[in-house]
Design a protein around this ligand. Structure first.
Ligand SMILES: [Zn+2]
Length: 308
């Protein structure tokens, strides 16, 4: 889906902020410190939580951009090829970065792929809107692993082992602490979900981005404005009609919108299906936040939205 003007403005501000942050950080980093580049900010936040000051952690993509679509500039590619390690999501998430990541791989940069160390979720039969889109048909692999704290935990554990083997850096104490915090975060969200009536645990989103969250906490994935695992796909009039039927059948009253959801489509949907649109941040970080504030904000916005 094409980006609207509002998004470009936000991305522009995010880029300026990121560049400023990089400048400051570069000055503060002692010489010889190894650099880890995570492909997107939420993943970068998780890596930072694990490694602390043992590495210099950066995100390739500025906060506010769309990880499915964002393409690195020549300067970004140069930074990627100079990294000591690139931490990517994989499972087809980084659509716009694929060529650049291949380039870095060929240049000999080490890679850690989070998606290779988790139990990958597959689109279930009858989930959402039936589609021939290879990104959405039953069995397709879902890349949105960061929306479930325990899936993040699996990736963190594997990364700690990788960093020990690769660089001899022992992060076992930090890793055990982070694991405990992720388990506690999961319990905290589960507690909030438990208070939500069963018949409200239904999700309609911009694209199919909350699969891991839904799987962990027992939400039904009713459908999406763009019936795909990526915001790169396009919704159609037929999709929208099908979605309206599903919204009615499931007595859904709230639609969660995210980056890349067309405001015009939403307006039509809200009017015709009589639903309220609630904006949630599924792919980007809150200002000055860490992974924990990201996930708490996301869970709270979903639960409050459904409980209104
Ligand atoms: Zn997505």
């Amino acid at each position: 889906m094409k980006l609207n003007l509002g998004f470009n403005l936000v991305a522009g501000i995010g880029l300026v902020a990121l560049l400023a942050a990089c400048e400051t950080r570069r000055a503060a980093v002692p010489a010889g410190k190894r650099t880890i580049i995570a492909t997107y900010p939420v993943l970068g936040a998780v890596v930072k939580d694990l490694v602390g000051d043992a590495f210099d952690v950066k995100s390739a993509m500025p906060n506010g951009a769309d990880v499915h679509e964002w393409e690195p500039s020549a300067k970004d590619i140069e930074a990627l090829t100079k990294a000591d390690l690139i931490v990517e999501n994989g499972i087809g998430l980084e659509g716009g970065m694929e060529k650049s990541l291949d380039q870095a791989r060929k240049a000999g940069v080490g890679f850690f792929t989070a998606g290779s160390h988790i139990v990958v979720r597959h689109v279930g039969a009858g989930e959402g809107i039936p589609s021939d889109d290879p990104d959405q048909k039953a069995g397709a692999e879902d890349p949105h692993l960061w929306t479930d704290p325990l899936t993040v935990k699996a990736a963190v554990d594997a990364l700690a082992i990788d960093l020990k083997q690769r660089f001899g850096v022992d992060l076992s104490t930090r890793c055990a602490d982070l694991d405990r915090r992720l388990v506690a975060l999961n319990a905290e969200i589960q507690g909030q979900v438990d208070a939500l009536p069963l018949n409200r645990r239904k999700l309609v989103t911009g694209h199919e981005s909350l699969g891991y969250f839904a799987q962990r906490y027992g939400f039904k994935l009713v459908g999406a404005v763009i019936p795909s695992l990526t915001s790169e796909a396009e919704g159609s009039a037929a999709n929208l009609d099908a979605l309206k039927k599903l919204i009615k059948q499931n007595q859904v009253s709230v639609v969660f919108t995210e980056l890349g959801t067309s405001p015009r489509t939403l307006e039509a949907l809200a009017k015709e299906a009589k639903v309220t649109a609630v904006s949630i941040a599924t792919h980007n970080m809150p200002a000055n936040g860490d992974y924990f504030s990201f996930e708490r904000d996301l869970a709270t916005a979903i639960i409050q939205g459904l409980n209104h």
